[in-house]
Design a protein around this ligand. Structure first.
Ligand code: SF4
Ligand code: SF4
Ligand code: SF4
Length: 249
């Protein structure tokens, strides 16, 4: 069975987008292998992806199930750094660690590592993540190579291993959380050019109180929880107001 699952997994695009209804490509591969899932639930793989799964499983081909989305050109996420408030929420959901940044610093996306899964879009509180067409008219496997799939799976495996290890790591002298660990990793990988701690023109547009962090991690701070919530709400309100004004202009 494991070999069968591996073969199915290798035929999937590895965007880890969850559109198939499973938490990742491996989960869908396992469900297809056991017969729990149909072979037509992966929009990034498209028609060719269904044909691949049909050949491996000896099942009949089917049209893509529209309940899971449509076959479309590949997209790349892009952060409008003028509006990013550095909340780090997108870093936490990105399956391939394609986003660089740290608390209160603008974030940016590594184009080569972005699978276009779109998981970062709904978590951004100021809607500053856009999607760009990355493949023109090409869709499915015409828009995505086997090499890219292998790279995406490798990045996802490293991401998953790191998360699992941070969950297991005992707190030593402090109450570190997995999310806080992720922030430190993100911060340590931040290129110097992106370090906006020295008041860049973009981050200056939205003043960030020095003690505010995102609401999930809340490491060392002297502000009371209710004060922190109020400050975060004020920052988000101001960002939305400014972004709304900009869109109307
Ligand atoms: S690419 Fe997305 S829809 Fe396709 S198997 Fe992977 S997670 Fe599921
Ligand atoms: S940057 Fe966004 S779209 Fe790209 S891989 Fe990460 S979560 Fe997915
Ligand atoms: S979720 Fe949005 S605001 Fe928060 S760090 Fe990511 S891009 Fe910036």
């Amino acid at each position: 069975m494991a070999v069968f699952i591996d073969a199915i997994d290798e035929a999937l695009p590895q965007t880890q987008c969850t559109r198939c209804g499973y938490p990742d490509c491996r989960g869908y591969a396992e469900a297809v292998a056991t017969g729990a899932a149909a072979i037509n639930q992966c929009p990034p793989g498209g028609e060719e992806g269904i044909a691949r799964l049909a050949a491996i499983t000896s099942r009949a081909t089917l049209p893509l199930n529209p309940d899971h989305g449509v076959e479309a050109p590949r997209v790349l996420a892009r952060i409008d750094e003028n509006w990013c408030i550095g909340c780090t929420l997108c870093i936490k959901v990105c399956p391939t660690d394609a986003i660089l940044g740290a608390n209160k610093r603008m974030h940016t996306i590594i184009a080569e590592a972005c699978t276009g899964c779109e998981l970062c879009l709904p978590v951004c509180p100021v809607d500053c993540i856009e999607l760009d067409n990355a493949s023109g008219e090409a869709t499915g496997w015409e828009a995505w190579s086997q090499e890219q799939a292998v790279q995406a799976r490798s990045r996802y495996q490293k991401h998953s291993n790191r998360r699992a290890s941070s969950m297991r790591r005992p707190a030593k002298g402090h109450q570190a959380t997995p999310a806080a660990d992720e922030d430190r990793l993100a911060a340590s990988s931040l290129p110097a050019a992106l370090d906006t701690s020295a008041a860049s023109s973009t981050s200056a547009a939205i003043p960030m109180p020095s003690k505010v962090t995102n609401g999930d991690t809340t490491p060392a701070t002297t502000a009371a929880p209710s004060d922190k919530k109020a400050m975060i709400a004020a920052i988000l309100a101001k960002a939305r107001q400014q972004r709304g004004g900009s869109n109307q202009a």
